[in-house]
Write a protein that binds this ligand. Sequence first.
Ligand SMILES: *Cc1c(COP(=O)(O)O)cnc(C)c1O
Length: 369
Amino acid sequence: MSNKILVTRSSMPELEEYVEEIRDIWDSHWLTNMGEKHKNLQQQLKDYMKVENVELLTNGHMALELTMQAMNLQGEVITSPFTFASTTHAIVRNGLIPVFCDVNPIDFTIDVTKLESLITDKTCAIVPVHVYGNICNVEEIDRIAYKYGLKVIYDAAHTFGEEYKGCGIGTFGDASCFSFHATKVFNTIEGGAVCYKDELLGQRLYNLKNFGIRGPEDVESVGANAKMNEFQAAMGLCNLRHVEREIKKRKKVVERYRERLEGIKGIQLNHIQDNVKSNYAYFPVIFDEKLFGHSRNEVFDKLAENNIMARKYFYPLTNTFDCYHGQYDVSKTPIALYLSKRVLTLPLYADLSIEDVDRISDIIVGMME
Ligand SMILES: *Cc1c(COP(=O)(O)O)cnc(C)c1O
């Protein structure tokens, strides 16, 4: 039996490189609290992400949760249910009411043609998700938000390093929240960041991540603790040196999958967006049972039999989670529901070999015969 292939594999530097990077931490005994590694990573990310402001946090979820808190939001937030648990939980944990907007069937991002009909006098913000590395219709979302005076907070967890028309993806909306979790394109083991425009928002966010402490005897506000520590930042400094090469390798994997799976009846591949510098974060495939002859679940099981672990991502929709039972009407997001029952993300990481991509593709193609 061949080795197990998981849906992703964390990018890591050579051990020696990390050891070299953390040597300063040993010498200084400065382990956390915005030390040299933190400062250095913050600066390097500003450059790499082409953004003005970056705040580093302990993970992507706290980036979302604290950004919403820093904006003092109240009322309803329009968002997508076709996402990871974190997006909806961050809204609910802020005492806000999520209002679910359907997604479009082409790139799976929030359907901007349905946004305006969901806006009420209680709406305070839109939290769209750039899903799988596909970016939302940022221009239309900007226009609508401006027209109704709404805040826009992007869940940008999937879009590290991406650009739209040459602009860093973190420059859109009022804030964009990134995840540097181990499974993402760029990781700091656990970690996250917020890119933002308004300086005051930045100060509030900093206070929330550091107990509201501004100086040794100065506690300005009631804050939590969500600091990125020096070991996380050191991992980021190492991984950032290799991220371009990793993305190039991901691109090769994606191109091979496309060659093998394009044009097969009943298989819909991810849409390639214009004007986007992609990071090739995920490879979602939609299986239409009627045309393909097998359901998504059958493909999942067949791959699993062969020691290949794909992922039903995103399934279930967040508006159908047990913890939200009876609260939301999933029939209002029919396209998201359709997709969540049919989508499978195939294994994708920089070091996935072309032979393995072929083996995975062969199994899928073989199911048709
Ligand atoms: C990973 C992820 C998050 C949460 O990030 P963590 O760093 O794991 O806390 C939020 N939203 C989406 C869409 C994600 O994929």
